[in-house]
Design a protein around this ligand. Structure first.
Ligand code: DC
Length: 224
């Protein structure tokens, strides 16, 4: 019998990555950040000087590129694109912007979803994204939808960028985040929305530990 799958979806800055990493560590599961895959497509698009609006060319990139996840000594996910470690390069505001555009293309999503399903096939994974509970693993044992106020999410994102040495103004991050949210929610293909059976958690006034505790408790109830 395969181990449970924990799907964590939500908008930018809802705490998905920190929480998913923490839940995976507590359960001894593998953490997979599906957003990194869409970022990799964006990064490759930029690197090759291809127009992000050229759907056919971008889709070809998504189908042809080889993505490989590895863990570093701290158990953190690193992502290799065609053999090159792109883990840091995919975290720039420019890649965020382009990822938001290219992730709306059905062909891109198809290619990424196939790889996400393969990565999670044996269970024992905590996968975070926008459509994990709705499209990638509609039968996941645990489905979580994280949210927080836009201001709180922008505050977190600004802080995160600052810690990585990227100067960012709060107002700009907030505007950017609203734009990306809008695109993620409005796109025709696999829009961001909670699965009907997802447990919704508003993280605005919760600590990371409180959120992790809740999800781990739920996972234990469901066989983890
Ligand atoms: O979570 P993130 O910001 O790293 O995601 C990057 C982009 O990819 C973002 O615009 C949303 C999109 N994405 C998606 O469409 N589906 C997913 N499962 C994960 C991310």
């Amino acid at each position: 019998m395969r181990k449970p799958i924990i799907a964590i979806d939500g908008p930018v800055g809802s705490g998905k990555t920190t929480v998913a990493r923490g839940v995976a560590a507590r359960l001894g599961y593998t953490h997979i950040d599906s957003g990194a895959m869409y970022r990799a497509v964006a990064w490759e698009t930029l690197r090759r000087g291809i127009d992000a609006g050229d759907e056919a060319a971008v889709t070809r990139i998504a189908r042809e590129m080889t993505l490989r996840f590895e863990r570093d000594a701290e158990g953190r996910q690193r992502l290799f694109v065609d053999g090159e470690d792109a883990s840091d390069a995919i975290r720039t505001p420019e890649v965020s912007r382009v990822a938001s555009i290219v992730s709306a293309y059905p062909g891109v999503r198809e290619a990424m979803v196939a790889q996400q399903r393969a990565l999670g096939a044996e269970g024992g994974v905590v996968m975070e994204g926008r459509d994990i509970g709705t499209v990638v693993f509609p039968d996941a044992e645990v489905k979580i939808y994280l949210d927080a106020s836009p201001e709180e999410r922008a505050r977190r994102r600004t802080e995160e960028l600052r810690q990585r040495g990227v100067a960012a103004a709060f107002e700009e991050v907030l505007r950017d985040l609203r734009e990306r949210d809008e695109r993620d929610r409005q796109r025709a293909h696999s829009p961001l929305r909670p699965a009907p059976d997802a447990v919704r958690i508003d993280t605005t006034h919760l600590t990371v530990e409180q959120v992790i505790d809740r999800i781990v408790a739920l996972a234990r109830e469901r066989g983890a």
